[in-house]
Ligand binder design. Sequence first.
Ligand code: EPU
Length: 441
Amino acid sequence: MAENSKDLLHVEGGKPLVGSIQVRGAKNFVSKAMVAALLAPDTSVLKNVPQIRDVHVVSDLLRLHGVNVDVDEAAGIVTIDAKKVQLADVADVDTLSGSSRIPILFSGPLLHRLGEAFIPALGGCNIGGRPIDFHLETLRKLGAKVDKEHADGIHITAPDGLHGAKIHLPYPSVGATEQTLLAAVQAEGKTELSGAATEPEIMDLVAVLQKMGAIISVDVDRTFRIEGVKELKGYRHTSLTDRIEAASWASAALATQGDIFVKGATQPEMMTFLNVFRKIGGQFDITDEGIRFWHPGNELKPVAIETDVHPGFMTDWQQPLVVALTQANGLSIVHETVYEQRFGFTRPLVDMGATIQLYKECLGSLPCRFQQRNYKHSAVIFGPTPLTGREIDVPDLRGGFSHLIAALAASGPSDVNGISLIDRGYEDFRGKLVALGADID
Ligand code: EPU
């Protein structure tokens, strides 16, 4: 149960979501761009920043390190002055541990500015093991010494500075790619990073680093080449739109038989999602201001999808879309190849009336690290099934938003507990739901 009423949302479902909402900058870029500002003894300005909890956590972490962070929430502008950087008190940093995965990315910038870094135990959504072995291996290859003996976290030093290295990632991890970029930009000499991820949020981070003075190129085979530079300066940049939030609202339109204009949504980063949306039978119209997504009133069609790194179908798009697939006519298949345990959120959907079966087998053809590993990482969804409202506990960010969509699509009332988890990545979702005509309290 939610500990207080602020964490509980009462939803009267069964009403189509109709109207227009604005989506601002990408959670998974903005937080990294804020960390990049640490690299320059100068002022950086980031625009199109959403008011979400992850931005507050990174602002607080930067402040603990002596950085001045000014957030104009209404305008969506964050100004970061990193002239002075100091080591934060371990106990203070620890108060933020468990809140986010971002602290590990402070390593490179802090090593460059101060020669050492302390990384608290990490948080983030509980959707699998989420190890940081690639991050630590990358830092070691660049010359850092990693001390894991500390009870509260990891102490990292670079007594001789960081130097370029040849690094290969065993899996194209988004975070480990960003780790390498942030640490290698000022390392002495050249770094080659192969097997990297090239998500649009990563490429926007590369754009920020280039504005700061970095020299980074990327080959067609997803290899980054970074030539270390001695000095970087502050940047001015406008974040790309949050394509995960945009797709979440698109799935909400489909699941509730609604019609939502997502202002700010852009086509290039969403092409893979748009193809799937169209195959299911959803309609969309792309304009210069955003994308309108709607349910045409016809029967929805089932699909088979496999989540993958960019340009594949994003793992973060999967959860909200599964709710819409419960309303498609036939068997849909989702093979999750990024996280081993991202289907926990389907249990409450089944309790609401969905027919979803989970399998340990790979139900798809992509090479998958979870083959023969006993993880239920494939889902078969049979629809259409009417959903009925009930009490739901939010498990994680994307799973939580999916439950919210299910409650809105269901007939009857639902109580969604732990709703504040959704504030981590969905700006003012309560206000947006009201704007779309949802009956919530
Ligand atoms: N992995 C390792 N070792 C590592 C790092 C990753 O084995 O050292 C594995 C992970 O366990 C996972 C896979 O590699 O199975 C991919 O993880 P990745 O590092 O790409 O994920 P991340 O950087 O921790 C970011 C987003 C996630 C998003 C993934 C994949 C942020 C803050 N988070 O996480 O976003 O799902 O990339 O695109 O950027 C979300 O927004 O809800 C979210 C979970």
